[in-house]
Design a protein around this ligand. Structure first.
Ligand SMILES: *[C@@H]1O[C@H](CO)[C@@H](O)[C@H](O)[C@H]1NC(C)=O
Ligand SMILES: *[C@@H]1O[C@H](CO)[C@@H](O)[C@H](O)[C@H]1NC(C)=O
Ligand SMILES: *[C@@H]1O[C@H](CO)[C@@H](O)[C@H](O)[C@H]1NC(C)=O
Ligand SMILES: *[C@@H]1O[C@H](CO)[C@@H](O)[C@H](O)[C@H]1NC(C)=O
Ligand SMILES: *[C@@H]1O[C@H](CO)[C@@H](O)[C@H](O)[C@H]1NC(C)=O
Length: 953
């Protein structure tokens, strides 16, 4: 299972279609009738490809599918021209087919849509450039992920896929679907978009395994087909009968007389001939039974061939509007632990994407054209950080991300070398560097410097207010781009931060100040150390273990002298919610040997608490409140491994809860899963809402599944959903929304409560492939993780504006780079620009610039997005129009504009997807856009719509 969630593995599959065989002309696409598929492999992918290519050449009927481009790309780069030509022929003949074609098979629960789109685009671009239209993937192949997201279906549909197949569903759902022959359906991928988001979807019969006893890989122990009748081990009749039985068994769960069998599995096909030789024989002897009345016709096939057969079957199909989360493997094995596993890596992935997107913008806006799929490819490698790999693999992953960020830093430097100097040639380039440990108030290169600059790049197309925190040993004066001294706080760094293992900084203080950043642009702040006598003492109020109220113009947050959060009031809207409790609890991870469902352990994949009631991490807490003009905060320490700092910034409409957890103690030999609870008086009626991949939000109900009669075996874990960006509960007057800075798992187990798991440390493996307990350490002790939640209390009708904008700013945070100029401020000011924006006009607030990248000289790729849902907000849920030319103000005039599919590998006017009918006689047909080259740069966006363009200047 750890396979597909990590790009280091590739999936190949050999699929067999059953049914009436049609004679097929050669050629790729839907006319080809036989199909292979592939299965999985990792370390030896290169040998698999070598061996599969040879095997395919031996028999033109053989088929093979290939899924993950990261590996194919590596292999391809090492091949001779001859081999490449051969492979191209196989692709053009439809004998080797690319399926999905992303850089990797992305996880669906914890991934962010921005990264899913990017990693698919990267693979699609490679395939288009090397192989052309024949290699354009038309099928989504998600055979391994641990649950399936409606948003992914919607994105895949918009990439132009005709269908999606996957392996894992809840075991109860599986039973119900096989019983009712509803394993295949039309999935309506979006509650906002139209039929362009619908995707035909099929659940595979055996995840991705072949029928029992038909694994023919060198590593399998099943009997090969022995067809020399002179030998005593001749077994054709038994093998043929067993296969025909398996086909009939499988057919019972499916609606048509076509079935798909996946012939392959993890790490197979290294000696492809073993598989293919046996399949050749099996096909021959099974089909020979037709003369004796057998109704089974078997041939090599691919998922697209199978899909095409279903499409031509002329049936109507059930539809689905919810998703496949969470899923259980068995009554006590819910795939809900991985929503939180490796919390630090999950944040690192989101942070890397933030840097990647900003880097692309800078690259494009400075027209340095440094786009290289290698540089970006490395940074993309993280798209599936499920946290379910061995420690050394997770380390490798983090290292790749770090290398990607290093490359990005070079691009950022080249861009700023063009954007910063007022006149090129005069100003010496300034090395800009990132400080990755800002979250623990550490930035060693600026420590003790007399002067330095902080440049903040705002990657959104709207002006933002951002509170900067800069660690310092001494006090500095800070100048904004106009040269004015910025009012700034100079506050001690709390001991809990200073004590975080691995922190080596000697900075005991931090500057906190407000910045107002221009849209798609930067501001530079110039820091200069102040001499003691000039230090102005600002008012700071501090209390310990006293009642304390944090308040700004929007919100009031009240704590008692024991550090309990009592109430949050929205002063403007005149609503309040009281809290019965708020704080950290832990579940005991179930210690089990996995021999039966009852003994299922909690592990990297599964969350299974031993008892339904979590323990509070402490009975007492200390509270320290600090109030300044800029920020008011309450630091609440629960024990020596759990604390939170609640921050309310001036002007802010959300409260920041920065939690710090770890090292989670295990000296009592108990694995612990730490949750934060926000328990309120909101009457949520067993209903809560969680987002899918950072976009649309789905309604959830306690102990309920929309499409089958759900039998509850796990009261907690069965109610956990992925929270990629937000969760909320509400009643008539009030909605409490929590935004997260990374993917986490959680739900509303009790009315009025939001529970989010933030960190886990476990002592048992859950037997799904990791093979070691999730027991993360760093600096010789358990890993400490820090993260943020933002709480928003608003009337339901006012909530969307704040959580939509808030979540957008959270994943597209300003990118802070520092530099060490030698110049006095006057010199600096004369040489360098301190503020700049790519835009002249303000953009509508409901539009997000999702992608801004340079494709080549004067050629750009952009994606713009309406990021509100229908009926969420009176104003911003309306359709919106923008002029693309406005985005290119600083670059030139648009001379050509082509709208592309979401994956950017095909003009939208050339997309023709297969049409399907639902049981309610709704057709999935979408009218194809006629025009390829658009005349008008004005673009209309409907709620949740993303449009992709190739722009030439
Ligand atoms: C068909 O059945 C007949 C009679 O049982 C048998 O002799 C023959 O071998 C069978 N053919 C095949 C291809 O199995
Ligand atoms: C922080 O730690 C220092 C050094 O151990 C100690 O002197 C100080 O009292 C601590 N401060 C607080 C607020 O606990
Ligand atoms: C605050 O309360 C906590 C918990 O009761 C206690 O451990 C701590 O010493 C108190 N601190 C002060 C400064 O009173
Ligand atoms: C669930 O159970 C109820 C009552 O037994 C029944 O009416 C309903 O059809 C069932 N629904 C499904 C989807 O099986
Ligand atoms: C967890 O990690 C700690 C620190 O490396 C180690 O001492 C302990 O044995 C590990 N426990 C398990 C069950 O892996």
């Amino acid at each position: 299972m750890y396979i597909s969630n990590y790009c280091a593995i590739l999936l190949l599959i050999v699929a067999l279609c059953f049914g009436v065989s049609q004679k097929s002309p050669n050629g790729c696409g839907y006319d080809v009738n036989s199909e292979p598929r592939n299965d999985i492999q990792h370390a030896c992918v290169q040998y698999i490809l070598d061996s599969v290519i040879q095997a395919l050449l031996k028999n033109p009927e053989r088929r093979f599918i290939y899924v993950e481009m990261a590996f194919f790309w590596r292999w391809w780069n090492e091949q001779s021209d001859d081999v490449r030509e051969t492979v191209k022929e196989l692709v053009n003949d439809g004998r080797l087919e690319f399926i999905s074609g992303g850089w990797c098979m992305n996880d669906e629960g914890i991934t962010h849509y921005n990264s899913i789109i990017d990693q698919h685009s990267l693979g699609a671009e490679f395939l288009r450039d090397q192989f052309g239209e024949c290699a354009r993937p038309k099928i989504g192949w998600q055979i391994d992920p641990f649950g399936h997201s409606r948003e992914v279906a919607s994105l895949f549909a918009q990439m132009g896929f005709d269908g999606l197949f996957f392996g894992r569903v809840d075991y109860q759902d599986y039973q119900y679907r096989t019983m009712t022959k509803t394993m295949e359906m039309v999935w309506k991928g979006s509650a906002n978009l139209n039929r362009e988001s619908w995707l035909f979807t099929g659940v595979l019969p055996r995840v991705y395994e072949p029928p029992d006893s038909f694994c023919f890989d060198q590593f399998c122990n099943d009997q090969p087909v022995m067809d020399d009748s002179s030998l005593h081990d001749y077994n054709v009749p038994e093998r043929v009968q067993a296969f025909i039985n398996a086909a009939h068994d499988q057919a019972r769960g499916y609606a048509t007389n076509h079935i798909i069998m996946t012939m392959g599995s993890d790490f197979q096909y290294e000696y492809a001939n073993v598989w293919f030789k046996n399949l050749d024989k099996l096909i021959k002897y099974v089909n020979a039974q037709q003369v004796n009345g057998s109704d089974v016709n078997v041939f090599y096939s691919t998922p697209s061939c199978y899909l095409y057969a279903l499409n031509k079957a002329g049936l109507t199909w059930p539809s689905k509007t919810d998703d496949f989360f969470p899923i259980a493997q068995n009554p006590h094995g819910f795939w809900t632990g991985y929503f939180t596993s490796r919390a630090a890596l999950k944040r690192y992935e989101r942070y890397s994407n933030n840097i990647l997107q900003a880097t692309r913008q800078l690259n494009a806006l400075s027209e340095i054209n440094l786009r290289s799929s290698e540089a970006m490819g490395v940074a993309q490698h993280h798209d599936a950080v499920s946290g379910t790999e061995k420690q050394h693999v997770a380390d490798d992953y983090a290292q790749r991300l770090s290398q990607g960020i290093d490359i990005a830093t070079d691009v950022i430097n080249s861009s700023y070398a063009k954007l910063l100097p007022k006149e090129s040639g005069l100003a010496p380039p300034l090395v800009q560097f990132l400080c990755h440990y800002s979250n623990i108030s550490e930035c060693l290169p600026i420590e003790g410097q007399i002067r330095f600059t902080l440049t903040l790049w705002n990657p959104t197309i709207h002006p933002v207010t951002y509170y900067a925190r800069v660690p310092a040993i001494m006090q500095y004066s800070i100048r904004d781009p106009t040269g004015s001294i910025v009012p700034s706080e100079f506050l001690p760094i709390p001991n809990i931060t200073k004590n975080i293992p691995g922190r080596t900084s000697s900075a005991n203080y931090q500057h906190i100040f407000k910045t107002s950043l221009p849209a798609l642009g930067f501001n530079t702040y110039y820091f200069e150390m102040i001499h003691d006598e000039k230090i102005e003492k600002k008012k700071v109020m501090m209390t310990q273990n006293e009642t304390c109220t944090l308040e700004n113009e929007h919100l009031r947050i009240e704590f008692d002298d024991q550090g309990n959060l009592h109430q949050i009031t929205n002063l403007e809207k005149g609503i309040a919610t009281s809290f019965t409790t708020q704080g950290f609890y832990w579940y005991t991870g179930f210690p089990g040997n996995n021999s039966r469902s009852e003994f299922q352990a909690s592990g990297a994949y599964f969350f299974r608490p031993l008892m339904p009631d979590p323990q509070p991490v402490s009975t007492m807490r200390s509270i320290t409140c600090t109030k300044t003009e800029t920020v008011q905060s309450a630091l609440i320490i629960f024990n020596n491994w759990a604390s939170q700092e609640v921050n309310l910034f001036q002007g802010s409409v959300a409260v920041e809860f920065e939690w710090t957890i770890g090292p989670i103690p295990i000296d009592d030999y108990i694995g612990k899963e730490i949750v934060v609870r926000y328990d309120t008086d909101i009457q949520s009626k067993s209903t809560y809402y969680t987002d899918a991949n950072g976009r649309e939000v789905l309604e959830r109900k306690v102990d309920y599944r929309p499409t089958w009669n759900y039998t509850v075996n796990e009261n907690i874990s069965g109610n956990y959903y992925p929270i990629s960006s937000r969760i909320w509960i509400k009643d008539e007057q009030r909605q409490l929304t929590v935004l997260t800075d990374r993917s986490e798992g959680g739900g509303s187990i009790h009315d009025g409560s939001i529970e989010i798991m933030v960190h886990r440390r476990l002592l048992y493996d859950d037997n799904e492939g990791v093979g070691e307990p999730l027991n993360e350490t760093a600096f010789g002790t358990g890993l400490v993780v820090r993260g943020k939640h933002f709480l928003i209390l608003e009337p339901p009708e006012n909530s969307a504006l704040i959580h939509r904008v808030g979540a957008q700013q959270l994943f597209m945070n300003p990118i802070a780079t520092y530099a060490l100029p030698q110049n006095s401020y006057a010199d600096y000011e004369s040489l360098y620009r301190q503020t700049w924006s790519a835009l002249s006009d303000s953009m509508p607030l409901n539009v997000h610039l999702l992608t801004f990248d340079q494709l080549g000289p004067k050629q750009f790729l952009i994606r713009i997005e309406h990021y509100f849902e229908l009926n969420e907000d009176e104003i911003y849920s309306q359709s919106v129009q923008i002029d693309l030319q406005d985005l290119f103000k600083s670059l030139g005039t648009i001379t050509d504009l082509i709208e592309l599919t979401l994956g950017a590998n095909l003009p939208l006017s050339q997309l023709h997807r297969l049409d399907w009918m639902t049981n309610n006689n709704e057709s999935s047909h979408v009218e194809t856009t006629q025009q390829t080259h658009l005349k008008d740069t004005m673009v209309m966006l409907n709620p949740m719509q993303i449009k992709t363009f190739q722009v030439t200047l």
